[in-house]
Design a protein around this ligand. Structure first.
Ligand code: GTP
Ligand code: MG
Length: 195
């Protein structure tokens, strides 16, 4: 469904650089290093498509990818701690918030949460922004391969608790591992169904 049918369109550094909002798009938001770019690579089956790295703050632009399903897939810079100069980080945080609050064609924001850590305060701030902007968001738990089965329930309960407080939250979460491929097919099906 996705592989071989995806292309990098452009990297955007300011709101006026966004492509025309004439097709449905989904974005991947989350703290720096949570695994946004890796997830896009796993979804598209193209390893080097979105640049991923160990350094928090790797993605510093809003990166647009086109899918044959006629969606835009959007890789966002991370929020929270980043290994970059303060002024630069502030600039992209502002861009990120403007984008999340003001993009008419955004069908769903996937909010990535590291399965080892659960929801943090900065995640809740983004969720509140999405509530206010009436953008439906869905939690994607990342790095499931790093969490033992016996620890799943505790984190899941914490996330569910938080989601109950957010009117824009989609109730079902998706458990993923970009490393092992877990949950990737499920996520592809969800995206393909968002028109
Ligand atoms: P920024 O662009 O800096 O905001 O980060 P990001 O959210 O795009 O994270 P990125 O995809 O660059 O991944 C960060 C690190 O986590 C990399 O070292 C990845 O290899 C690792 N990682 C991502 N997904 C997984 C996963 O499912 N399992 C494991 N074990 N590691 C992962
Ligand atoms: Mg990234």
């Amino acid at each position: 469904l996705f592989a071989g049918e995806v292309d990098f369109l452009k990297g955007v550094v300011a709101m006026d650089g966004l492509p025309p909002d004439d097709r449905a798009e989904v974005c991947f938001a989350g703290r720096s290093n949570v695994g946004k770019s890796s997830l896009i690579n796993a979804l598209t089956g193209r390893k080097g498509l979105a640049r991923a790295s160990n350094t928090p703050g790797r993605t510093q632009e809003i990166n647009y990818f086109t899918l044959a399903t006629d969606h835009y897939l959007v890789d966002l810079p991370g929020y929270g701690f980043a290994n970059a100069p303060v002024a630069v980080v502030e600039k992209w945080q502002r861009l990120l918030k403007n984008y999340l609050a003001g993009r008419a064609s955004l069908r769903r924001a996937f909010v990535l949460i590291d399965f080892r850590h659960g929801v943090k305060k900065v995640d809740e701030e983004i969720m509140t922004l999405l509530d206010r902007s009436a953008v439906t968001f869905q939690v994607v738990l990342t790095k499931a391969d790093k969490v033992k089965a016996k620890d799943h329930d505790k984190v899941l309960a914490q996330v569910r608790n938080v989601l109950a407080k957010h009117p824009a939250a989609y109730p079902e979460m998706v458990l993923t591992s970009s490393e092992k491929g877990e949950g990737i097919a499920t996520l592809r099906t969800i995206i393909a169904g968002l028109k």
